[in-house]
Design a protein around this ligand. Structure first.
Ligand SMILES: N[C@@H](CCC(=O)N[C@@H](CS)C(=O)NCC(=O)O)C(=O)O
Length: 236
């Protein structure tokens, strides 16, 4: 069986497990500490990063883009009948998501309001592009789930958790992206592609007392004029 070497809150890992879940490919998971990487991992990993996919024949693959391509080459596509042109389109839009994973991580970790606002604006560039491209369908390209939806899953899932816990909506101002987020969340792929205690691990890190978001009360009508997440343009 394929093995994925993982870290619980890594978005690059979730893109890979999201694809495996969408394709119903069985896989094992091995979680490692990134602060104290095990020697067996360092011995086989050129970059020291997760995700790593260990194939059934024991080859260690790294870099999430390469892993996604490998999975697509050994299994039926999520969306049938794609031409080389369609696949290039999917890769390009998937890249627009993955290049923002770390931007979203640093946005959520912002320690003060100005930093959060500045980083939210940077992250919003990705959502603005998607907003322009999205049509009326359920998913990015229409009513069929595609690799693009799976690449954006980590961004949409994390934005959903942040909004639920704090009222701060990273997708504020992008109604089509918000509707798309709701559709993607309804597939169940978000929960299926992460550990059972993902939300706790995620909020412990991103909504800790070291982050500005972690220090805010959830927006309610009674505190919406306070100088907290509710007062910013990207909340509620
Ligand atoms: N370009 C890599 C990025 C993966 C990445 O940044 N993984 C992070 C966790 S989310 C990691 O392993 N960090 C540990 C390190 O860089 O030492 C990919 O696409 O797989």
């Amino acid at each position: 069986m394929i093995k994925i070497v993982s870290f619980k809150i890594c978005p690059f890992v979730q893109r890979v497990t999201g694809l495996l879940e969408a394709k119903k490919i069985p896989y094992e998971l091995e979680y490692i500490s990134l602060k104290d990487k095990p020697q067996w991992f360092l011995d086989i990993s050129p970059t020291g990063q997760v995700p790593m996919l260990i194939t059934e024949s024991g080859k260690a693959l790294f870099e999430s883009d390469a892993i996604i391509e490998y999975i697509d080459e050994i299994s039926a596509p999520v969306e049938a009948g794609l031409t080389p042109e369609d696949r290039a389109f999917d890769r390009a839009w998937s890249y627009q998501a993955s290049k923002h994973y770390l931007v979203q991580c640093s946005t959520m970790r912002s320690g003060d309001k100005d930093t959060l606002t500045e980083r939210t604006e940077k992250l919003a560039k990705a959502f603005a592009k998607a907003e322009k491209q999205l049509g009326e369908g359920t998913f990015f390209k229409g009513d069929q789930l595609s690799n693009i939806d799976i690449a954006w899953l980590p961004l949409l899932h994390r934005a959903d958790i942040i909004r639920e816990h704090t009222g701060y909506d990273l997708l504020n101002g992008y109604p089509k992206v918000q509707a798309w987020q709701a559709s993607v969340m309804k597939t169940g792929l978000a929960e299926a592609s992460v550990a059972e205690d993902f939300e706790t691990a995620f909020t412990d890190f991103y909504l800790s007392d070291q982050t500005w978001l972690g220090n805010q009360d959830k927006c309610t009508p009674s505190n919406s004029s306070a100088d907290n997440a509710c007062a910013s343009g990207t909340c509620c």
